[in-house]
Design a protein around this ligand. Structure first.
Ligand code: SF4
Ligand code: SF4
Length: 498
């Protein structure tokens, strides 16, 4: 079945998918060291529960959120992705455009890959959905399409009647979901049924596959046997965006201030769905993910199942590093970001590495002034006015940029893709968002400092007043005792005279 609705805008960039989608997913080697950042998801950070020198087993929890029960928080625990010894807990560079460091647990692997005890919920249908949801939370599963949102938070059954499994994978270069759907369709179908159960038996379950992935569509269709609906959606970027996919499938437009749940819909990526299958049926927490390693700098572009925490350099070497590598991008060509080097680890949200040589990087013409052609607005899937956002971001008029819904921008890059003046529009939006967030953090810090100062002043004044009152009381008491003593002495003298 194919759906006929469309979303506004979108583009059709060159996919470059045949570079990596021709061969099966292979298991990546175990690296000598694993570097596991304490925060790999959107939400509350985790804290280590191991120390340097501890031996750890594969699947063992090594960090969880402060309250210990991450399943009720906007957080998920971090697990050791292989067995070994904790050799450091320290800041390391993590995948971020700035090359930021963040606290990480470093494990020296022992090559044995020895598992801790696993606790699958094989008969999950006999269990309450809350129990299964808690298990999924404790298994460390987050949105693996790139968002990193804790999956169990999106599994509350509050009025959800449609479950959408997103297999559209619209970003150029990325093919790991395509291969996964071809090779592991039964795991995705069972994962979808588990999610349906957790959602209290959502009435509809749809797996959406872009029509440029016929083998994946066929594999899912044959495996589903009517248990879930498998549909083709048109190959237009960014169909894989949550809101765009909902619009294509249902014709419903999720507004700026709304969530899919307002329409009784929840969307999970195919890889996340497969992670749910592994957690519930096999008792395996999220320890690895499939990802694409591609680009002209790689001898054998391919998809691999990679242990979380594996250094990027190790994976690139396994795929064959060509000389003259100039650029490394994490994520797709449209929404990914360049990394300063390949020392960083693969984390839960790393779905792709694009490794490019200098001679294949298209020399971008120098940006020219905006000619107000409106091409950017025509392709914006959110119906924003990208040129206005650009003007205000450039002028640092962040108030105006927010009035023009800067934070609704999904950084999809469609506007920059079509801009005839070659303006790096998304860089301006990212800069403006970062500045506004930093400003917000500074304001929050200033408010906290102000409150602390006010409380300190109040406390000093209160202490002063209390001290004064106490002194007054002591003085009054001593005056009373003095008077009483005089009175007693006078009375004693009087009595002696008699
Ligand atoms: S596409 Fe480029 S040149 Fe045209 S209006 Fe948008 S920003 Fe300006
Ligand atoms: S990057 Fe933002 S402004 Fe540009 S097309 Fe995408 S959503 Fe619209």
């Amino acid at each position: 079945m194919t759906y006929q609705w469309e979303f506004h805008g979108g583009v059709k960039p060159n996919g470059h998918k045949s570079l990596s989608n021709q061969t099966p997913i292979i298991q990546a080697d175990i690296p000598p060291f694993l570097v596991l950042p304490l925060l790999q998801h959107i939400g509350d950070p985790t804290e280590p529960v191991v120390q340097v020198g501890d031996k750890v087993l594969k699947g063992q929890i090594i960090a969880h959120c402060k309250e210990k029960d991450c399943s009720v928080r906007m957080s998920v625990p971090i697990h050791a992705s292989s067995s070994g010894t904790v050799v450091a807990i320290e800041p390391r560079a993590v995948p971020h455009p700035s090359g930021l460091t963040a606290p990480c647990i470093v494990i020296e692997t022992d090559g044995q890959d020895t598992w801790t005890e696993r606790t699958p919920l094989v008969n999950y249908t006999a269990l309450e959905s809350a129990k299964v949801r808690e298990h999924i939370g404790k298994s460390g599963i987050v949105g693996l399409g790139g968002a990193g949102f804790p999956a169990h938070i999106k599994l509350k059954p509050d009025g959800i009647d449609t479950l959408v499994i997103n297999g559209s994978e619209c970003e150029p270069y990325i093919t790991c979901d395509d291969r996964l759907m071809q090779e592991r369709p039964h795991e995705i179908i069972i994962g979808a049924q588990i999610i349906k159960h957790v959602l209290g038996g959502a009435k509809h379950c749809i797996i959406a596959v872009e029509d440029n992935k016929p083998a994946a569509y066929q594999a899912l269709l044959e495996t589903a046997q009517g248990r879930v609906e498998v549909v083709k959606v048109p190959t237009v970027y960014p169909t894989g965006g949550e809101r765009q996919l909902i619009q294509v499938l249902t014709g419903k437009e999720v507004g700026r201030t709304q969530l899919p749940a307002h329409f009784g819909i929840v969307v999970h990526n195919v890889e996340t769905t497969r992670a749910v299958y592994r957690a519930v049926q096999l008792g395996q927490p999220l320890l690895s993910r499939s990802m694409t390693v591609t680009g002209g700098g790689i001898e054998k572009p391919q998809n691999l199942e990679v242990l979380l925490g594996t250094p990027m350099r190790f994976i690139i070497n396994q795929c064959g590093r060509k000389p003259g590598i100039e650029r490394l991008i994490m994520g797709g060509a449209m929404m990914g970001f360049a990394l300063p080097d390949d020392e960083m680890p693969i984390v839960k949200t790393t779905n792709c590495l694009i490794v490019s040589r200098a001679d294949e990087i298209e020399k971008k013409p120098k940006p020219q002034p905006c000619i107000r052609c409106g091409a950017c607005a025509n392709v914006c899937p959110i119906n924003l006015l990208p040129q206005q956002l650009y003007w205000y971001a450039k002028a640092k008029d962040f108030k105006k940029a927010q009035e023009y819904h800067l934070f609704d921008c999904i950084d999809c890059g469609c506007c920059a893709y079509v801009c005839p003046s070659h303006i790096p529009l998304v860089s301006y939006y990212r800069y403006a968002k970062a500045e506004i967030r930093a400003g917000g953090r500074d304001r929050k810090k200033a408010e906290i400092a102000k409150k602390r100062h006010e409380f300190r002043t109040f406390r000093i004044e209160r202490d002063k007043a209390e001290k004064k009152a106490r002194l007054k009381e002591i003085k009054a008491n001593s005056e009373a005792s003095r008077k009483a003593a005089i009175k007693a002495a006078v009375e004693k003298t009087k009595a002696a005279r008699l």
